[in-house]
Design a protein. Structure first.
Length: 295
């Protein structure tokens, strides 16, 4: 084959290959979105079912076959949540807010120095203890906590719930932040130490500001886990500090279940979390990805 013939064949081959690559990329994109759709549909359906049930009467909520569209919407379930004196929903909301915020704050207060110590000074024993607390079932802590708080007369108080929720919030914060502190350049901290800054000053002035995205992400996740916690709140509360998950449980009776009221309460419990995530989603994405990048 002459040089002229070979050079003329190359553009033709390139022209044939490009449509195949485009078709291959298109097929990959279609398969990817189909996979995402298959994964999301069950979760979105559950959320959709919860929302429409909250606008149904008790008869429509228990009808068979289920009514997806052919029902008359009503606000009675939401009205009952706020008008029932035996089940003060706003008080439960305030309790959940105080407990989740308090446990998140204490989790950051103790968890950030612990994560920094594990990352910088290889405190493997501390890391193992926190990891053990994270992987152990929460029910294993209930009996010891109940005995301790009973002796201290702290059952049905905010401090007992906040301290018990640290078992949930603190390990999350620690194990998210260890990766951030490990990724920080040591040169900046060493330069600060050379200038006479103490260890705490280096941690406060250098490490924490550089890890702001991770702190936001870990705080939000800790708040959500505390907000949704049911087990500790069920055992360690009575009337004064009852939280929203326990309030939802109260709609389940021995003879019947009020599906409409449960769905309305679940929707209102989920709403603050959704709003919070929508406002700070950029920080969550940055926080969950930046800590996992290794240089």
């Amino acid at each position: 084959m002459s040089a002229a013939t070979a050079s003329a064949a190359r553009p033709a081959a390139t022209t044939t290959t490009q449509p195949r690559r485009r078709m291959g990329n298109l097929v990959k994109q279609i398969l990817f979105y189909l996979l995402v759709l298959v994964i999301l549909v069950p979760f979105l359906f559950v959320f959709y079912w919860m929302i429409i049930n909250s606008f149904k009467t008790l008869v429509d909520a228990q009808s068979y076959p289920p009514k997806f569209f052919s029902f008359t919407p009503t606000l009675e379930n939401y009205r009952a949540l706020f008008q029932d004196p035996s089940n003060p929903f706003l008080d439960f909301t305030l309790n959940s807010m105080i407990i989740a915020a308090g446990s998140t704050f204490l989790g950051l207060l103790f968890g950030l120095p612990a994560a920094y110590s594990i990352a910088r000074y290889k405190q493997n024993g501390l890391g193992l203890a926190i990891l053990t607390a994270r992987i152990m079932p929460g029910i294993s802590f209930l009996v010891p906590l109940y005995i301790v708080f009973s002796r201290l007369r702290m059952i049905d108080t905010y401090p007992s719930l906040i301290l018990s929720h640290l078992i949930v919030t603190m390990p999350i914060i620690v194990w998210l932040m260890v990766g951030f502190f490990e990724d920080l350049p040591r040169e900046l901290e060493e330069a600060a130490r050379v200038d006479g800054t103490s260890v705490f000053g280096t941690f406060w002035r250098i490490s924490l500001p550089l890890s702001k995205a991770g702190i936001v992400a870990s705080a939000i996740l800790a708040f959500i886990f505390s907000w949704n916690n049911f087990m500790f709140s069920l055992v360690l509360t009575s009337t004064n500090t009852k939280t929203l998950p326990v309030a939802v449980f109260n709609f389940m009776g021995y003879s019947s279940i009020n599906y409409g009221a449960i769905s309305a309460a679940a929707a209102l419990i989920t709403l603050p979390v959704i709003v919070l995530v929508l406002f700070v989603q950029r920080h969550i994405v940055q926080g969950l990805t930046a800590g996992g990048i290794k240089g």
